[in-house]
Design a protein around this ligand. Structure first.
Ligand SMILES: N[C@@H](CCC(=O)N[C@@H](CS)C(=O)NCC(=O)O)C(=O)O
Length: 210
């Protein structure tokens, strides 16, 4: 395998998801940090890799891959035995539904450029915090009730799947914004379970911060 390179930012949830996936599969990789606060995601060199100007981007097998969930599914298909995606078609649908509830419903409206724009149009400095807390809590409440449909120690079953790779970074982000997690016991329990696993520990933002 050629050198695997992950373009990421230590605090980015989407990057954090892919770091966990690479660790679960035990794929060694080099990191190139794209400093979002300094706008490096909009540099011409980076846009040539990721035309959306988002992190992460993964270079693997001579291919340049974007979109964290599409990257995770690529890795899961490369190594089906890793269990990140179940083998049963209906089970896979459930895992995707849980992952999308975070990655497609919570994350995009809480993205850095969205929250920054909210602050501009609202004309008050604390608008961003209100926005983040409101939409993260709203999304987590819905996720908590979705999770109630499924048994197991993780989001779906007894081993980590793509759903957990989305849940853990979202919980990190929620805590960072001061969201009260008291109503989300199942989410908190799953997060704690994942936190015991080395693949999740070594992907944590505090461990990869440049
Ligand atoms: N759907 C994309 C979203 C990626 C994304 O939004 N990344 C954020 C960091 S978590 C980003 O690069 N933001 C840069 C910006 O808002 O300018 C994915 O899952 O890869």
């Amino acid at each position: 395998m050629n050198e695997v390179v992950l373009y990421d930012y230590w605090r980015s949830s989407a990057s954090y998801r892919v770091r966990i996936a690479l660790n679960v599969l035990e794929i060694g990789y080099k990191t190139v940090s794209i400093n979002l606060l300094e706008g490096e995601q909009r540099s011409p060199d980076y846009l040539a890799l990721n035309p959306q100007g988002f992190v992460p981007t993964l270079v693997i097998d001579g291919k340049t891959l974007t979109q964290s969930l599409a990257i995770i599914e690529y890795l899961a298909e490369l190594r089906p035995e890793c269990g990140l995606m179940p083998t049963d078609i209906a089970d896979r649908q459930h895992v995707r539904a849980l992952a999308y509830a975070i990655a497609m419903d919570i994350h995009p409206i809480c993205n850095m450029h969205v929250a920054a724009y909210v602050m501009t149009i609202a004309g008050k400095a604390d608008a961003r915090e209100e926005w983040m807390k409101h939409f993260i809590a709203d999304g987590l409440r819905k996720l908590e009730s979705m999770l109630g449909e499924f048994d197991g120690e993780f989001s779906f079953g007894d081993q980590p799947t793509m759903a957990d790779l989305c849940l853990v970074p979202q919980v990190y982000n929620a805590r960072r914004w001061g969201v009260d997690m008291a109503d989300f016991q199942r989410i908190v329990d799953i997060d704690a379970k994942c936190a015991k696993l080395p693949a999740f520990q070594t992907a944590h933002p505090d461990r990869v911060r440049p």
